[in-house]
Design a protein around this ligand. Sequence first.
Ligand SMILES: [Zn+2]
Length: 284
Amino acid sequence: MPELPEVEVLVRHLGPLLKGRTIRAIQVQRAKIVRPVSMREFTQALRGARFCGLTRRGKYLLFKLRKPEQTEPLALVGHLGMRGRMYLLPGQERLPKHAAVVLDLGREKFVFEDTRYFGRLRLDNAALPRLGPEPLGAEFTVEGFARALGRSRQSVKVKLLDQSLVAGVGNIYASEALFRAGVAPTLPARKLTTVQVRRLWRAVRAVLREAIAGGSTVPLNFSGKGTRDGLFYFGRAPGAPDYYEERLRVYDRAGQPCPTCGTTIRRRVQAGRSTFYCPRCQRG
Ligand SMILES: [Zn+2]
């Protein structure tokens, strides 16, 4: 499931490719993706609009578009859901079976492919839930983080997934950050010491920053089939040099030795989601 780093890398990839391109025609194959507006309203709003910016907020992609006759820019908010992909496809190529939305840009098509239809492409910013601070921004302060954790009775792992605490952290990077910080995932959020809060705050930023840096240097296969390659779910581009590296230290590694102390990594389920941790390094 894509988290902040995967979305950030996608935004950096797509931004320059879309800039200045005009949408000539729109095909919506799945009405659910563009709700609450109808397929017709969606099509009418976007036809003739030109892409002028792409940014990210949490796990959301924020497309900015402009129509020649309108002064106010249009906002298009995207979410990849479970395994969504967004990429450009040469105009003459056949569309994939699960193309949910296709924007005709002339020589190329912008494809939002979503095999499970949990993704979204919506015309309003109101679709954005109440998101907490961006973890890599100045607004994510250790003091604010400490205050929010101090109010919570949830275990710290579950609390980290709360998008109003900090935006964009999901199951993978929550496990990784707790491991880096040496904090037990089951510890109640309000029981963290000041030192632990600071270590965790630093770890959240470090794991996200490193993941973005990793994904930005590897040639990724945005349109390809999702294969687990230890990097991004987008997978490595065909023919790209082998950058394979063990990027995640505990996530999905139950039964393997901890990279720090050699103790067997364990998996447990918290709030219906898997947590991976080292029982020795994360005793606190
Ligand atoms: Zn360990």
